[in-house]
Design a protein around this ligand. Structure first.
Ligand SMILES: *[C@@H]1O[C@H](CO)[C@@H](O)[C@H](O)[C@H]1NC(C)=O
Ligand SMILES: *[C@@H]1O[C@H](CO)[C@@H](O)[C@H](O)[C@H]1NC(C)=O
Ligand SMILES: *[C@@H]1O[C@H](CO)[C@@H](O)[C@H](O)[C@H]1NC(C)=O
Ligand SMILES: *[C@@H]1O[C@H](CO)[C@@H](O)[C@H](O)[C@H]1NC(C)=O
Ligand SMILES: *[C@@H]1O[C@H](CO)[C@@H](O)[C@H](O)[C@H]1NC(C)=O
Ligand SMILES: *[C@@H]1O[C@H](CO)[C@@H](O)[C@H](O)[C@H]1NC(C)=O
Length: 555
């Protein structure tokens, strides 16, 4: 029996299997994506399940694993998953956004194939089509290091994922029709931790059990749709060890702010009185915060958790100071962002500064969100496919966004145009993105395909003199950055990953209503060394559906 056969059998038995062929190991997943009825906030509603689970199964990759996820869409609408934070090196074909992929039609399947590299850290996946994420369908994705590569802390007793997010009790179709008819979604109805909301009355089943004296890794991600979240443990401090794939200086915190789309890991030691405790999550910067709890139980627990919950901090200045305390650990021997080795990003000359200004406005009476005046719409032919088939000019225009944009209105209002928005980035250039948020709510930006250095967040407007305040030494290399109201953030990255990459605001409604764009990065002479060819199982749609496949490669 060859390895492949063994795997097929193992899939039937266990859904996941690893085969080792001398090449990098494979991790196979088969996912049945269905609707089910659950009550995340105590009210029964339609939720998206993966193999009957919500949140979906954990993808636990080890660096260099080849991950195959065969997704069977049993929903009644098109589906795509994105692997938020995984840098698909040379492989934007697997991004799972509407600019890179045709959605999987109902009743069909598609196998994502990607390799997780040395991004030792915490991520998550979620559905990107049609507001499906409001119904769940998300789950944890983690990458651990190979046995020989040291990590800058002792192996924890166990490694838990904690997906925290706000939640609406309306269905995703109801929410979608609100947005489609020009209305906002309003506030979510509550918060859930791993899809559940504890009553917090001391009678909830424990979500995690701890052995006294042992240290555990908790990987938090804010998988929500609107709100920043603060997390804390009753009676315990947290030692921060990792943020979105970077090992950081291990400061100790009482509580941590996690903005939309962000992930981090903390170590918590069970060295207190043997009883139950709560993990507490609450929304930040909201008038009446939502709070959720999950119970942790010492194995020899003698009493329920105290109803006295630790308080959340107030105001966003606290949050900004905490951001500034996050530092990349320059002396640890574990994974480094690309390029490999000691990477003195602060010494590289900036080849381009792209200023991004977010705005809101009405178009034909309907609410839209924009970046530099353009509210992105996904064309029926995915942008990456249009490029590949040489029909870009029939589908979109490059560079509608200008690098130095001045909004026309006050307070984040602006004149808005609806178009597919694609920036042409120069291969191997070193780019500074300045993100200005003139609005009144905290924003969170995600860049796919890359990790960037989060060198600055400051109140006010950006100007070149602000560069003297950048952290050019030990800023954390990560993939998501928050921008406070009337503030700006600056990120820097080398455009060394060829492909088409979505840059988006993580707020679900703002993303859906256009606050996103694509960054197109291709070498002048295309080569399979820089970017993989279109996979043979790629789904086709739009105007390329019946065109002959270009060979071997086009960008
Ligand atoms: C998915 O559903 C098919 C058909 O119902 C079933 O044969 C298969 O075992 C399921 N796979 C998993 C991983 O649950
Ligand atoms: C993840 O995979 C690694 C390597 O196979 C294994 O050692 C570890 O126990 C797994 N962790 C979890 C939480 O499944
Ligand atoms: C659909 O699943 C089958 C196996 O059940 C697989 O052979 C095929 O490649 C998958 N389709 C795509 C487009 O990945
Ligand atoms: C950085 O990592 C090194 C190597 O693992 C470790 O010894 C050191 O304590 C860490 N430094 C800080 C400030 O956390
Ligand atoms: C960076 O810019 C400075 C000043 O313009 C110049 O002197 C230096 O040679 C440049 N460095 C590189 C590596 O291009
Ligand atoms: C993108 O920019 C590069 C130079 O950086 C240029 O060579 C290329 O022609 C541009 N591509 C498009 C489609 O405008």
């Amino acid at each position: 029996m060859d390895n492949k056969m063994r795997c097929v059998l193992a899939i039937l038995l266990a859904m996941t299997c690893i085969s080792v062929n001398g090449e990098d190991p494979y991790l196979f997943h088969e996912w049945n994506v269905t609707y089910g009825t659950l009550s995340p906030l105590g009210v029964p509603q339609k939720v998206i399940l993966i193999n009957n689970q919500f949140p979906g199964p954990r993808i636990n990759g080890t660096s260099n694993n080849n991950v195959h996820v065969n997704v069977f869409n049993h929903l009644d609408e098109p589906l795509l998953f994105t692997w938020n934070g995984i840098q698909q090196r040379k492989n934007s074909w697997q991004e799972g956004t509407l600019g890179t992929n045709c959605p999987i039609p109902p009743g069909k399947n598609y196998t994502y194939r990607f390799q997780v590299k040395d991004q030792i850290g915490s991520y998550y996946y979620y559905p990107t089509t049609g507001l499906l994420r409001a119904a769940g369908g998300y789950g944890p994705l983690t990458v651990v290091s190979r046995a020989l590569i040291p990590v800058p802390f002792d192996k924890p007793e166990d490694d838990y994922t904690v997906l925290v997010g706000d939640w609406y009790t309306k269905s995703h179709t109801e929410l979608r029709s609100m947005l489609d008819t020009g209305r906002g979604l309003g506030r979510p109805q509550g918060l859930v931790i791993n899809g559940k909301s504890g009553k917090g009355d001391g009678k909830d089943e424990p979500m995690y059990t701890l052995t006294p004296g042992k240290t555990y890794r908790f990987r938090f991600c804010n998988v929500g749709m609107k709100d920043s979240i603060n997390v804390r443990f009753q009676g315990h401090t947290m030692r921060l060890v990792e943020i979105e794939g970077s090992h950081v200086v291990q400061n100790v915190y009482d509580s941590l702010d996690i903005h939309l789309g962000q992930c981090l890991s903390v170590l918590v030691t069970a060295d207190k009185e043997p009883k139950d405790y709560f993990i507490v999550a609450s929304t930040r910067f909201t008038k009446e915060p939502h709070t959720a709890t999950a119970t942790i139980r010492y194995a020899n627990s003698k009493s329920p958790a105290s109803p006295q919950l630790p308080k959340a901090p107030e105001g966003w200045e606290w949050s900004l100071n905490q951001f500034r305390s996050f530092r990349w650990n320059l002396t640890n021997s574990a994974a480094r962002p690309n390029p490999q080795g000691s990477y003195h990003y602060g010494k590289i000359n900036i080849s381009r500064t792209i200023k991004l200004v977010t705005s809101a406005g009405k178009v034909d009476g309907k609410l839209r969100y924009a970046i530099n005046g353009i509210s992105h719409v996904d064309p029926p032919t995915p942008i990456r496919l249009a490029q590949h088939y040489g029909v870009s000019d029939k589908v979109f225009k490059y560079d509608l966004i200008k690098d130095d944009y001045k909004p026309t209105g006050e307070d984040g209002q602006d004149k808005i145009t609806l178009e597919p928005s694609v920036i042409n980035g120069t291969w191997k250039s070193f780019v500074e993105f300045v993100i200005e948020n003139p609005g009144k709510s905290v924003q969170s930006f995600h860049m796919s395909g890359y990790a960037f250095f989060a060198v600055s967040i400051e109140p006010g407007r950006w100007s070149p003199e602000k560069r003297k305040n950048y952290n050019l030494l030990d800023a954390v290399s990560r993939n998501t950055i928050q921008v406070y109201p009337n503030s700006f953030a600056v990120i820097m990255t080398a455009l060394d990953n060829a492909g088409l990459w979505n840059i988006r605001v993580n707020s679900m409604e703002k993303h859906y209503l256009g606050q996103q764009f694509y960054l197109s990065v291709h070498a002048a002479t295309v080569s399979l060394q820089d970017e993989y060819n279109m996979p043979d199982n790629n789904l086709l749609c739009g105007i390329v559906k019946d065109l002959p496949k270009p060979t071997p490669f086009r960008a």
